[in-house]
Design a protein around this ligand. Structure first.
Ligand code: BYC
Ligand code: FE
Ligand code: FE
Length: 473
């Protein structure tokens, strides 16, 4: 077990105290990070005491220490999972060679690109969510939002550490640029599409943490297999935090569904929208939106970048070591859906080129499990209604389906049909303003919850539901 050194300005378990050059570089970046946090982090909540979880060591007992903290004092630090003795590369051309502790010169550019893309998503999500505190449905939910935000801030630190420790001056420049791009800014947008979308309300926030943080889970899992050992160890620790983000999303939506079903049972003949709850059609439209936007994050179905990243050992498959094959994929094929003129067809392509699609398949299977749990809640209230995922070609901007219109059922349709149906499939202006009309004021009384969401089953860290998770005074 390695305890994190809290006597340092930057808590860490990477021996920062012994590396003066790196320490100076990170201490130079820290004030810019704090400026960015104060400017772009959670709006209006910087001086409140918040019941947050902080990692004090990376083993199972120490990584979750709970206490009141003001967010600018949060100990963002650099924590790598414990090293695995004599770890070997698990896949690609270098399979079974020792994992790298330094970046091989010929792979620097490819690795730097991955770190920058990963790093860019973390502050982007904080920017997207910065106004949500103003409409929080409870102190419990507010605290969870802020926990997610500080951890995304720490994920940024994780990538900045790798950039600064292993990429010299280029790394320092990239670290600076990670604080300069802004979500949704047309002049300096974040790199990936989904991270420039607005997260205007709590339904969107829960959908984002359910779907988009789950892209994080799958991308980080692939990077946790990396031959570059510091990246693998960083991602292993980040994945522990990711689990809570997805929990917030899944239970958030489950609680909305629960509340809607309760109210619909009391008033079976009324339109839920006259009762101040979120109807299941609206939830379906949000699923359609967030699922499709998140699918784009996996990149093109057929990708030489992905093939290259795997062959050279930078990015593996989900749970690479549990897959029973030779981990090289040179002669294998993989089925990929393609849009044909009038329908969607399956074609086999070289497996190395289909790695983005394979990871997308793993993601979809994981997403399906939560959808069935939501459907069980609906079923338990005796409703026939079922939520489902749209076809993977629906509403795509990246890859093989980017230039065709696909219905949620998977039919290729004309632009005119798309135009006439779009408001029935994706949240319309009217839908979004209805959701926002429910979320005008924050609910800040301990133990109280907004009308449109059921309370959770239990509090955080065994605290009661009426615990003062965020202090206002
Ligand atoms: N938007 O061959 P392709 C998280 C570009 S989420 C814009 O498919 P590749 C989090 C692509 O860059 C996890 N552009 O590329 C969640 C390429 O451009 P260039 C984030 C896109 O590399 C919630 C070209 O199209 N981490 O952590 O195989 C809250 C050809 O594409 C997009 C990662 O993504 C797009 N959606 O696949 C907080 C891991 N898709 O270079 C945090 C690192 C593709 O030819 N990233 N393009 O100009 C990667 O592994 C890969 O870069 C990608 C793309 C999977 C993203
Ligand atoms: Fe993250
Ligand atoms: Fe996350």
């Amino acid at each position: 077990m390695t305890t994190i050194d809290y006597s340092e300005r930057i808590p860490n378990n990477v021996g920062l105290g012994e590396d003066r050059r790196l320490k100076r570089a990170l201490e130079a970046w820290q004030p810019s990070f704090l400026d960015w946090w104060k400017q772009m982090g959670p709006d209006g909540l910087q001086s409140n005491d918040i019941y947050l979880r902080t990692a004090t060591s990376v083993d199972t007992r120490g990584w979750a220490h709970f206490d009141y903290v003001k967010m600018p004092d949060y100990r963002w630090g650099i924590f790598l999972a414990e090293p695995e003795a004599e770890r070997k590369i698990a896949f690609g051309e270098h399979a079974s060679e020792p994992a790298w502790q330094e970046v091989p010169g010929e792979y620097r550019a490819a690795l730097r690109r991955i770190l920058v893309i990963q790093g860019d998503t973390e502050p982007a999500s904080v920017e997207q969510q910065r106004k949500l505190g103003q409409t929080a449905p409870s102190l419990y939910d507010l605290r969870n939002l802020l926990q997610v935000n500080v951890e995304e801030g720490r994920h940024l630190w994780a990538m900045v550490y790798l950039l600064q420790a292993y990429f010299g001056r280029d790394g320092r420049e990239e670290a600076g640029m990670l604080l300069n791009r802004r979500s949704g800014d047309p002049d300096k947008p974040r790199i990936l599409g989904a991270f420039n979308e607005a997260t205007p309300d709590w339904l969107s926030f829960f959908m984002f943490t359910y779907f988009t943080d789950r892209d994080g889970k799958f991308q980080l899992s692939s990077l946790a297999e990396s031959a570059f050992d510091p990246l693998a160890r960083t991602c292993r620790f980040m994945l522990k935090e990711e689990a809570h983000h997805m929990f917030v999303g899944e239970t958030g939506i489950a609680r909305i569904i629960e509340r809607s079903c309760q109210v619909m049972r009391e008033h079976p003949d009324k339109d839920p929208r006259t009762l101040g709850v979120i109807d299941l059609d609206l939830i379906q439209k949000h699923i359609n939106f967030h699922f499709s936007v998140t699918l784009d994050l996996f990149g093109a179905e057929i990708s030489t970048n992905a093939a290259n990243g795997f062959s050279i050992g930078l990015k593996g498959r989900f749970q690479e070591e549990r897959i029973a094959d030779n981990h090289r994929l040179v002669d294998d094929s993989y089925p990929v859906l393609h849009p044909d003129d009038t329908r969607v067809v399956e074609r086999h392509v070289p497996a190395l080129n289909a790695l983005n699609e394979r990871l997308r398949d793993d993601f979809i299977a994981d997403v399906e499990r939560g959808i069935s749990r939501w459907n069980k809640i609906i079923g338990s209230y005796g409703h026939e209604h079922r939520l489902s995922l749209p076809h993977r070609g629906f509403n795509r901007r990246i890859g093989l389906f980017a230039d065709v219109n696909v219905s949620p059922a998977g039919d290729i349709i004309d632009e005119s049909v798309w135009q006439s149906m779009e408001d029935g499939w994706l949240p319309s202006e009217a839908d979004r303003s209805y959701v926002q009309s429910l979320m005008v004021e924050p609910v800040l009384t301990p133990g109280q919850f907004a009308h449109w969401i059921a309370p959770p089953a239990r509090g955080i860290n065994h605290q009661p539901l009426d615990f003062e998770y965020v202090r206002f005074d």
